[in-house]
Design a binder for this molecule. Structure first.
Ligand code: FES
Length: 142
């Protein structure tokens, strides 16, 4: 049995008893492996007695699940309406320039901080009222 298969087995066993175990399992697999790839989908489907289509449908529905690991740090920048009204389009070019190839800039649509935008997230940290200097510093420190 491969290390990956063992790890998936442990994660599935950790959540199998729960009502609705699929999302907690996917969250843990994403956290441990950096992605939920096709092999993981197959192992999860088998472990939960689901079809691969069921698992793949869930993985592809939520864009936070990645099918390939990307080791780069991620800065999520909100480009929804309230943040647009507060100037996110003026700072996104600065974020992209500061990121280069080292940091991945992801567009998201609302981080729940609409009254304090432009807003961004790095990991579990939320950042508000970003201006050009603020987003540049945030990306450089990612
Ligand atoms: S619109 Fe940007 S946080 Fe809600």
């Amino acid at each position: 049995m491969s290390d990956k298969s063992e790890l998936l087995g442990e994660i599935i066993a950790r959540h199998h008893h729960r009502e609705g175990p699929l999302l907690p399992i996917l969250n843990d697999v994403q956290a441990e492996l950096g992605c939920v790839d096709a092999e993981s989908e197959a192992l999860i489907a088998k472990g939960l007695n689901l079809s691969r289509a069921d698992v793949h449908g869930t993985v592809s529905f939520y864009h936070d699940y990645k099918t390939k690991a990307d080791p780069r740090p991620v800065v999520q920048v909100c480009r929804a309406e309230a943040c647009k009204a507060r100037g996110v389009e003026r700072i996104i070019d600065k974020a992209t320039a500061a990121a280069g190839e080292r940091v991945k800039i992801e567009t998201v649509y609302c981080l729940g901080l609409c009254s304090a935008g432009p807003a961004a997230r790095t990991g579990d940290d939320l950042h508000i009222r970003l201006d050009e200097a603020g987003i540049t510093k945030l990306v450089e420190n990612a």
